[in-house]
Design a protein around this ligand. Structure first.
Ligand SMILES: *[C@@H]1O[C@H](CO)[C@@H](O)[C@H](O)[C@H]1NC(C)=O
Ligand SMILES: *[C@@H]1O[C@H](CO)[C@@H](O)[C@H](O)[C@H]1NC(C)=O
Ligand SMILES: *[C@@H]1O[C@H](CO)[C@@H](O)[C@H](O)[C@H]1NC(C)=O
Ligand SMILES: *[C@@H]1O[C@H](CO)[C@@H](O)[C@H](O)[C@H]1NC(C)=O
Length: 470
């Protein structure tokens, strides 16, 4: 009896995987037939330097003229542009040639698809380098074709200064196969499934140790994990981009910031299976505005302080954001037991529609069912929620601060949230161990008496936590 039921469970799981994998294959086939008719390029003119498109070895870089920007088209560097052959070498060659020239442009031309394997495009390069993406870059669809050593990211941009990515093109991470692997993983752990599946999933585009970087106009879609990540970087501008992957894609943050400062993200449309923007430790002077966010988990600071780590985040401004159908709106989350400080955060003019919990501070963040209670916390002080308007589907405000050290200077100003008509079973606003002011028009009225006044006695503890951040 027992064996029978586990056998049929196994069969069901097998069926599930089969269906999921098949749906991925169908989309691959559709793509193939779509690209079949593209004419092969024989010659490509590039400032009068004709190169054989199919020449196997990288062509020499065109010479720079004083009057023209020099452009380096991947087609001139041997790219097949059929979406099936590996064009990584061509992209790398075009990059390396352009890197040596002041104000150069690497061109990914429109109406072509380029299959790119995991790649590192590295600097330092000459200033004002541009990667002009008008066509489509696609990642290898099969997980097995990813080298085990390159699972951290797909397109790795490293040590680049004064650099722009722009264009009307698309970066497609082909994440479909990866999203389903979480399920397979789960089975693997339980001994149901033995096929080797990597534990890591790649971020689509990652900047590391770069500054003065602009990313504009492009689309980044279907990443296996995070879509656009900035790590150890400074002076970032993101403008007018679109990030999109389905709601059921797992852990696919839109934009992920870590150890990065002086960042402006604006006029963009971000929807995926996780945070629209995630702000992690080491971030300061971040301005996020005019963003449409959803589906996903909203805009988050954290989770910070995992495994008793030090976390420091300061000067975060989020304004003029619109969210629809997200799990959270604007949120700060920390693990119990961390140390360090979050200070000077402001969320204003946030329009929400059917958002489960629009305003959230959670110092008990936990990705498992239960986490151990611990003393010590990342201290939170100076968080302003102003003009958060719209509808919620579960709880309007949830501010749960640490038992050991309360949050201070939490301000709720002009919060007008109505229960969404599509749901029932609403909770009242909750504030736990949090000090601050409520002012302006507040709706529902449970927000009125949510915060405690005072909390001045925390100043000294807060200062000692803050001093760990410098
Ligand atoms: C880069 O381009 C900008 C704007 O075109 C220009 O002002 C700047 O001087 C250039 N920087 C360098 C180092 O060439
Ligand atoms: C935003 O990006 C789109 C798509 O690339 C482009 O067509 C449009 O002109 C851009 N808008 C602005 C204001 O730059
Ligand atoms: C708080 O952060 C904002 C930017 O988000 C900045 O303009 C302001 O100077 C900061 N305030 C303090 C006291 O550092
Ligand atoms: C942690 O503390 C809370 C509140 O004091 C208590 O309700 C909860 O059961 C504790 N959890 C664990 C896992 O000990």
């Amino acid at each position: 009896m027992k064996r029978n039921s586990s056998n049929s469970l196994l069969f069901l799981l097998f069926l599930l995987i089969h269906v999921i994998l098949n749906s991925c294959i169908i989309s691959v086939e559709a793509r193939k037939s779509h690209t079949k008719n593209t004419k092969p390029h024989k010659f490509h003119k590039d400032h009068g330097h004709g190169h054989l498109a199919h020449s196997p070895s990288p062509a020499p870089p065109p010479t720079q003229t004083q009057t023209q920007t020099t452009s380096f088209d991947v087609l001139s560097f041997g790219a097949k542009a059929n979406g099936i052959s590996d064009d990584s070498k061509a992209l790398k060659a075009a990059w390396e040639a352009a890197c040596k020239v002041d104000g150069a442009i690497v061109k990914i031309p429109a109406e072509h698809r380029f299959l790119i394997k995991p790649i590192t495009l590295q600097g330092p390069c000459m200033p004002n380098l541009t990667l002009q993406i008008d066509g489509t870059l696609i990642a290898p669809p099969a997980i097995s074709s990813w080298p085990k050593s390159s699972l951290f990211q797909w397109i790795n941009l490293k040590n680049i200064h004064s650099f722009t990515i722009q264009g009307s093109g698309t970066i497609n991470g082909q994440g479909c196969n990866w999203w389903t692997t979480s399920q397979i993983y789960h089975m693997q752990k339980k001994g149901y499934y033995s096929k080797q599946i990597p534990s890591m999933k790649p971020t689509a585009v990652r900047f590391y140790s770069s500054n003065d970087v602009t990313v504009r106009d492009i689309k980044i879609i279907n990443s296996p994990l995070c879509h656009l990540k900035f790590d150890n970087s400074k002076g970032i501008k993101v403008n007018n981009i679109t990030i999109s992957s389905p709601e059921n894609s797992q852990n696919t943050d839109g934009i992920h910031l870590q150890n990065s400062q002086d960042v402006e993200i604006q006029h963009s449309n971000i929807g995926s299976g996780d945070d629209c923007v995630s702000i992690q430790t080491g971030c300061a002077n971040i301005h996020i505005h005019h963003i449409i966010c959803g589906p996903g988990h909203g805009i988050s600071v954290g989770g910070l302080g995992k495994d008793k780590s030090v976390a420091c985040v300061s000067n975060i401004m989020v304004n003029d954001v619109s969210m629809q159908n997200t799990l959270y709106g604007v949120r700060i989350k920390t693990w119990q037991g961390g140390i360090g400080m979050v200070k000077n955060v402001s969320f204003s003019r946030v329009q929400v529609q059917d958002v489960k919990i629009p305003v959230m501070v959670d110092q008990y963040y936990c990705d498992k069912h239960v986490c151990k209670n611990q003393t010590g916390t990342v201290v939170i002080s100076g968080v302003n929620f102003d003009k958060i308007h719209g509808t919620y589907s579960y709880q309007p405000v949830h501010i749960a601060c640490s038992n050991s050290i309360p949050c201070t200077n939490i301000d709720l100003t002009d919060i007008q949230l109505r229960p969404s008509l599509r749901y029932r079973g609403f909770q009242q606003a909750l504030c736990w161990n949090s000090y601050g002011k409520s002012q302006g028009s507040l709706q529902p009225s449970s927000i009125d008496y949510c915060l405690r006044s005072g909390g001045g006695y925390i100043k000294k503890i807060a200062r000692s936590h803050d001093s760990l951040c410098y």
